[in-house]
Design a binder for this molecule. Sequence first.
Ligand code: PDD
Length: 336
Amino acid sequence: MPSAQTPAAPQPDLSGMPEWQPALNPTACEDQICWLNGAFVPLATATVPVLDRGFIFGDGVYEVVPVYERAMFRWPEHRARLRRSLAKLRITDPFDDAQWTSLIESLVARHPWADQFVYLQVTRGVAKRDHSFPNPAVRPTVFAMTSPLTPPSDALRASGVSAVSLPDERWLHCDIKSIALLGNVLARQAAMDGGALECVMYRDGQLTEGSSSNLWVIRDGAVIAPPRDHRILEGIRYGLMAELCEAQGIPFTVRSILRAEVESADELLLSSATKEILSITQLDGRPVGHGHQAGKPGPIGQRLHEAYQSAKARAKQAGAAPLASTPFASAPVAMP
Ligand code: PDD
């Protein structure tokens, strides 16, 4: 702090630098509310300290939970994955199941859209920069926001999406839903630079996943899935896919998949919370599939898409659980 004795520190010469512009247009989300560390606050102006370990190290985890007709879809599975991710990074789970549920229901209730996707993030918290965990531990930073959820358009569904093949250059703990997503970010950008929407990644010649989706290979009427191990994120749609296949009588096999098998697949599918189940119809500029179906969404993808819509419809019918009179039902609320 400058005082009467201390000469004022020289200011950096920033002439010639482009004027700093906030990337977020606050009016674009001015009606959105988020949860940050114990209170509902406007999303456009919510801030965390720069020493938050999420900002400094990417030291945190996240979840993306779809909500249909205000009812969470597969929430127990998302909750279980969040718990696993936190445990693997040894970050204290800030809430119990009922508190998480209540927080999300309350956030969803504050927004006008029937269908939403809720983003949850927990970081290790704010501490002096040091790679090792703060000791004593600090309170985790908890953030939750929601956005309108629009499924892929009919046009996109009819055309399918294009993808490019890439080496999987990410770390070896892809099973953790970590916010440190630089490998995924670079992969997605490489796909976009190649005129595609997603990438198909390989590690040691074996299929792993996309930048933000799981991948499925269809051969001879069967769905083949890469193993659920440290090389992929086990999507919540992974378990659902197995269930849908069983209900549809479609054989479902989990095993390592070679690149040649992907490139000669009958169909390729991707799945995620926001993309649901979508066909990849072009890979590296070549049509996926054979004969008259080459380059078009195929029949297995279509059946699984319909089965997914039925599962959503059942969840919608179940409706939103009534908002419990829990601590999060009114704002602001102190952290437990
Ligand atoms: N991404 N693999 C990766 C690397 C992912 O980022 C995702 C989801 C999935 C599919 O998981 P799920 O079925 O639970 O959505 C697989 C989310 C949607 C995202 O980061 O926005």
